[in-house]
Design a protein around this ligand. Sequence first.
Ligand code: COI
Length: 365
Amino acid sequence: MSGGDKLDFEIRPNPAPVSAADRAALLVNPGFGRIFTDHMVTIRYADGKGWYDARVEARAPIPMDPAAAVLHYAQEIFEGMKAYRTADGGVNLFRPEANAARFGVSAQRMAMPVLPPETFVDSLRRLVEIDRDWIPTDPDGSLYLRPFMFASEVFLGVRPANEYLYVAIASPVGAYFSGGVKPVSVWATPEYTRAAPGGTGAAKCGGNYAASLVAQAEAIEHGCDQVVFLDAVERRYVDELGGMNVFFVYDDGSVVTPPLTGTILPGIIRESVLTLAAESGHRVQERPVSFEDWQADAESGRLREVFACGTAAVVTPIGQVKSPAGEFLIGGGEPGRVTMALRQQLVDIQRGDAPDPHGWVTRLF
Ligand code: COI
């Protein structure tokens, strides 16, 4: 594809899709990221040639040369988004152009080519269209879309690759946390940080998540659901969780989240929650929150609620915080009123059950 040309997709339907009966059985309790639909999208890129060979095809293993650059230097980025079934049987995407834009920013940070945003959105539209029977109909279910791109060039030199593969897959999901929308517990790791200034913290690259896994394992050892990272410079200010942003709600109704200083993922749900909270009359602030203040304000009762948010987590209350210095509860460990109201407002817009004044929803069908 040369600049400005629209990429055409070749559609090769899966000759052996999962039967309707087997699909229905899989959709009863899909969990998160365990089951996958019949198709995937693939698009190739080569320097000098641009984007080519766009396909919708049967989901299948991807043959990889052992010297493919991604396997050695982790040049990989991804996105997470969801397709929602609406009450009238339609299908919505939530802010897909924002995911497309962030995918482009992540690509630039990782020295990768930028997939045109309209091709990104078109690829997901086509995937959802062919696999629409996989979208759960229950109100907590959705079809999680995972577009990603990696360096496929067969080369061991350390430089940006000159060949890439873009892939999009889809997975019917329920709640990200196995307990559903119950308050989760977080472990403030004393040892590990997520990203340093100048690093890749603002990019959605696989390496950030790989680096979080040992800290996440530490959180689980301490009986927590998620890890929370403090900043890499002072080890004092809250950055984000292993895969979601974090918000604080105070007794004066103010809603606070750490600022985007380059070490935090600019979450699309984070930005949407800031907008919804401001519109609901809350004073919203993007400012640093120290761990010390988090604990002191929770203990004094000034801090009423804390929640995590992201595409996968939606808005999930945080009820308990543990660190080597001890542990404390937020709001008595119960879900907060503001948290649950923001969650409902967001979900209602995503599912087409509430007006969409910001034009966040793309109705696919
Ligand atoms: C998402 O929320 O979509 C993510 O990519 C985070 C991951 C924890 C699933």
